[in-house]
Ligand binder design. Structure first.
Ligand code: ATP
Ligand code: MG
Length: 242
């Protein structure tokens, strides 16, 4: 369970870091990434972080995007909700302090969720995946997005060599509408690579509403939101598999 002190930890990266420790392999790290913009990376990263926090898990949210959307989300979060420790990789490095120091999280962090920017490739991709346990790739139901995702998954396997690093990869069909069959080609492609579809999240204003107040769909009490909360069950089970 969450210790009392965690509630008073940072709600935004703009505050001083206190006595944090480098993000170590002790914290399970989940990277949400896709080279394609606007597919739901920040939405999934923030919802996953708030799910863990709600479970009493000591949670960090690490924003690697210069747009700072994940930290913006965190800044909207009311103190009443379980705290999430926010770190921005774009925080200025000053006074001889190293980047790895700035990127530190508390030593007892249990889950770290990393929000990647769009367009990551090559060396930056390898850097981002350094200590990651699992990768979630959100994909929108459009032919352009599906084509881009296939290319990105190829990069993950060939350039970043996720398999030889024992990093698990799962695809999330995001903003799914009823009876959509558009994912078929991607499902076939990822199945041929032995990569699972770990969740199908529907297109709903519940995600927009949650983002407006710095929470996730698990924190909402609106009619119909149970359906969205249930769609996360398989995803969480998959992430939590050892
Ligand atoms: N399942 C969903 N239902 C409804 N709206 C969604 C859903 N997922 C994401 N959105 C909305 O789609 C937009 C883009 O989502 P988001 O910012 O999470 O994408 P991103 O991949 O992080 O984008 P970027 O590449 O710019 O970082 C946001 O307005 C978000 O609220
Ligand atoms: Mg984003």
């Amino acid at each position: 369970m969450m210790e009392p002190g965690i509630h008073s930890l940072l709600h935004s990266a703009s505050k001083p870091l206190g006595q944090p420790a480098v993000l170590t392999s002790a914290a399970r790290q989940i990277l949400v990434i896709n080279a394609k913009g606007g597919c739901g990376k920040t939405t999934i990263a923030t919802n996953l972080a708030s799910y863990y926090a709600r479970q009493g898990c000591r949670t960090a949210l690490i924003d690697h995007d210069p747009q700072g959307s994940a930290m913006q989300w965190l800044s909207l979060r009311d103190k009443h909700y379980h705290a999430i420790y926010g770190v921005s990789s774009n925080r200025p490095v000053i006074g001889g302090v190293t980047r790895s120091f700035v990127m530190r999280v508390p030593p007892d962090t249990e889950r770290a969720v990393l929000d990647a920017p769009a367009g990551v490739q090559g060396h930056q991709l390898i850097e981002l995946m350094r200590d990651v346990d699992a990768i979630l790739i959100p994909v929108l139901p459009s032919p352009i997005d599906i084509h881009a995702a296939s290319r990105f998954i190829r990069d993950l396997l060939l350039v970043a060599k996720v398999r030889s690093r024992n990093i698990r990869v799962g695809v999330i069909a995001n903003r799914v509408r009823e009876n959509t069959r558009v994912y078929q080609s991607l499902e076939k492609f990822v199945a041929s690579l032995n990569i699972p579809f770990v969740a199908r999240l529907r297109d709903t204003q519940n995600y927009v509403r949650a983002a407006e107040i710095g929470v996730g769909v698990h924190d909402l009490k609106r009619t119909g939101v149970n359906q969205d909360q249930r769609q996360w069950e398989a995803l969480i089970r998959w992430v939590e598999q050892r």
